[in-house]
Design a protein around this ligand. Structure first.
Ligand SMILES: [Mn+2]
Length: 319
């Protein structure tokens, strides 16, 4: 059968499940595209970078409203914990529709029962798992901004070391692949154990050295709730982007998306005024300021229907 992408996307946007045949066909199509892609998918600016959305489906629609609709706007999603509806939406944005990149960090857990209940079998669940397994590990924008879900690893010094990781598997419990998914920047110099029990805490020296060795201006990552939606750290060498407003519908935070455009290009950074709040005078992504971030809030309760809440129980695992 032929998959009608426009009709499927229209249905998905009402937060309805696709018929099983359409869902598995969509997953197969996305998997075929992902198979051809690098662990670090090259992306050109202008592009909009998004962090965790955690199954807050109606807020994903709000994100697209604020950020611009694909295919006119390209996206990099540094997601984790996708639910089927959200996954299909992201998947259909990914290449099938727009120059988007959706990264690994998405997990298998927490959707099987729903798929089983809805479809009466695990076929959609299995198809989704295959998409999760083939998602990229990272994206790189104009060769200068690395996008990764978590952060850095003591086992990874160069981008080429990321490019040779065997990614077609569930996230391992340790090692470079695991660290890229779950590490966090911290106010330390080098490395420390992570309270998450997976990945590492890494400091400013680590970030700056990694950027210098690999010719990067900036690392964009997600994975940590930020009340203000984004947070620049390590003298603007790394930024956390958080895109789930009022996380779990109780954290009271705003969300952000990060617009990467030619303002980040070499030579343009110096023309920007320093960002007063974050102090952009230092090295790293010196040209990054608050103008690059769009802040948005959660869709009001009355504008969400029940399916959007279906991921709440699985949303708590790690941020
Ligand atoms: Mn996460």
């Amino acid at each position: 059968m032929t998959l009608d992408l426009d009709a499927s996307l229209a249905l998905l946007r009402t937060c309805k499940y696709l018929p099983e045949a359409d869902m598995t066909a969509l997953c197969a199509r996305v998997k075929a595209l992902l198979l051809e892609e690098s662990n670090i998918q090259p992306v050109q600016s202008p592009v909009t970078v998004c962090g965790d959305i955690h199954g807050q489906f109606w807020d994903l629609l709000e994100l697209l409203r604020v950020g611009g609709e694909p295919p006119e706007t390209g996206y990099v999603f540094m997601v984790s914990a996708a639910c089927p509806c959200e996954l299909a939406m992201l998947a259909s944005l990914h290449k099938v529709w727009a120059p988007s990149s959706v990264q690994k960090g998405a997990r298998r857990s927490g959707g099987r029962a729903r798929c089983q209940h809805k479809y009466g079998n695990a076929n959609v669940w299995k198809a989704c798992c295959q998409v999760f397994d083939y998602l990229n590990l990272a994206a790189i924008i104009d060769g200068r901004v690395l996008c990764v879900h978590g952060g850095l690893s003591p086992d990874v010094r160069t981008l080429d070391q990321i490019r040779i990781i065997a990614r077609a598997q569930e996230v391992p419990h340790e090692g470079a692949f695991c660290d890229l998914m779950w590490s966090d920047p911290d106010d330390i110099e080098t490395w420390n154990v992570s309270p998450r029990g997976a990945g590492w805490l890494f400091g400013a020296t680590v970030t700056k050295e990694f950027n210098q060795i690999n010719g990067l201006d900036l690392i964009a990552r997600a994975h940590q709730l930020v009340q203000e939606g984004y947070k620049l750290m390590h003298d603007n060498a790394i930024v956390t982007v958080w895109s789930a407003p009022n996380y779990c519908y109780r954290c009271g935070n705003v969300a952000s998306i990060f617009r990467v455009d030619d303002l980040l290009a070499p030579g343009r950074a110096a023309q920007l005024l320093p960002d007063e709040e974050h102090g952009a005078e230092a090295n790293g992504g010196g040209g990054v300021g608050r103008d690059h971030f769009r802040i948005f809030e959660a869709v009001p309760d009355q504008d969400r229907t029940t399916p959007a809440r279906m991921n709440l129980t699985s949303a708590q695992y790690f941020l």
